[in-house]
Design a protein around this ligand. Structure first.
Ligand code: GDP
Ligand code: MN
Length: 345
């Protein structure tokens, strides 16, 4: 017998803390390319250290190409729940037959000249269409009710000592976000007009006590470009599976706007959540310190930051800055802004 070898099977992770036994049907979900592996594992490491080591939720990885063995080995070594890998079916990442590809190419050329962000990118459009209409249809997600979207490179700045998924479920929430922001108008010139046509055809999908006031300053006449930044979402899969959302996505998809313009999944998710849900089903995770790219959410209360061992600088908080929709969110939800807010405008 070799004393250096363990006797039984190796347990990869220590016995979980008590909340582990009380899990809801939830998973992380990440869409990523193989080349993003090393930015992604930093993000996963952060999510695990701040949250998931206490809960061991699963993680679903999706890609339009097959994942490499290295990608699978490294991510599954870090995720404390089960890791699952899916190659996206072609029907979820290609041109539908009603799209005029020459017209789509012409629009990309024009948007490139106008220097619109990702304006010339074909893959970005497939990505946005996938995140709008198809990720929640992937069979790997069928067994779950809730998901938390994680992108490569994101950071979680503070300890999260409670189960965010369970919070959503127990409090009857549907859609949770951290950062809200204005969209670039040139990426969605006709999105609102199509949305208004859809609402005329399907008034039955509009919820009572919806959050129209968050996305429109004039009762729905025009879109004010506010949206929840969808690179972070803790939300219900059943919302996207609903008739209202399916009808909306199909309607939008038929217009070709994902390809003839450059519609993002963030404004589409946000418009849907704001119109098809009563506003009290939307939850703002103001306690989640978060960074993606140039924008950060950092809790402004000193005591909170110390107690949750936050690693962010409050000056970096975007919530009350010009391009954010944070102020509007607080006001239209009827919530009181944190007392510190005016010092961080
Ligand atoms: P941004 O956040 O809007 O700047 O866009 P990103 O480049 O971060 O893309 C959003 C998400 O989609 C990220 O999780 C990316 O990893 C993923 N993504 C973007 N393009 C592709 C692609 O062509 N293939 C795959 N598999 N994932 C992609
Ligand atoms: Mn991103």
């Amino acid at each position: 017998e070799d004393p250096s070898k363990p006797k039984g099977p190796i347990k990869q992770f220590a016995e979980p803390d008590p909340p582990f036994t009380d899990k809801v049907k939830a998973t992380f979900v990440t869409l990523a390319r193989n080349k993003e592996l090393y930015d992604l594992i930093k993000a996963i490491r952060g999510v695990e250290d701040r949250f998931n080591r206490k809960f061991h939720y699963d993680w679903v990885f999706l890609n339009d190409e097959p994942f490499t063995q290295e990608f699978k080995d490294l991510t599954s070594a870090i995720v404390s729940g089960k890791s699952k890998y899916g190659t996206i079916p072609k029907e979820h990442w290609s041109y539908p037959d009603w799209i005029d590809k020459e017209k789509a190419a012409e629009s990309r050329r024009k948007m490139k000249e106008e220097k619109i962000i990702y304006g010339d990118s074909e893959s970005y459009r497939h990505m946005c269409r996938f995140e709008s209409g198809f990720f929640w249809q992937n069979e790997l997600l069928d067994e779950y009710d809730w998901y938390w979207r994680v992108e490569p490179g994101i950071q979680i700045h503070c300890d999260l000592d409670y189960d965010l998924f369970r919070y959503m479920q127990d409090n009857d929430k549907v859609y949770g976000f951290t950062i809200s922001i204005h969209e670039f108008r040139k990426t969605i010139p006709t999105l609102w007009d199509h949305t208004k046509e859809f609402l005329k055809l399907h008034p039955e999908h509009v919820a009572k006590n919806n959050f129209m006031d968050f996305i429109s300053n004039d009762n729905g006449e025009t879109y004010n470009l506010c949206h929840f930044w969808s690179n972070f979402e803790v939300a219900s899969l059943n919302f996207w599976r609903s008739k209202a959302y399916r009808d909306y996505f199909e309607y939008l998809d038929k217009t070709g706007g994902f390809f003839y313009e450059r519609w993002g999944d963030a404004p589409i998710h946000s418009i849907a959540a704001s119109l098809f849900l009563p506003k009290d089903k939307i939850h703002y995770f103001e306690d989640v310190g978060y960074n993606h790219g140039v924008y950060t959410q950092c809790p402004l209360n000193d005591k909170f930051r110390y107690e949750h061992r936050c690693a962010c600088k409050p000056d970096s908080d975007f919530t009350f800055r010009g391009y954010s929709c944070g102020k509007r969110y607080y006001d239209m939800m009827g919530l009181t802004r944190p007392v510190e807010w005016s010092k961080f405008q």
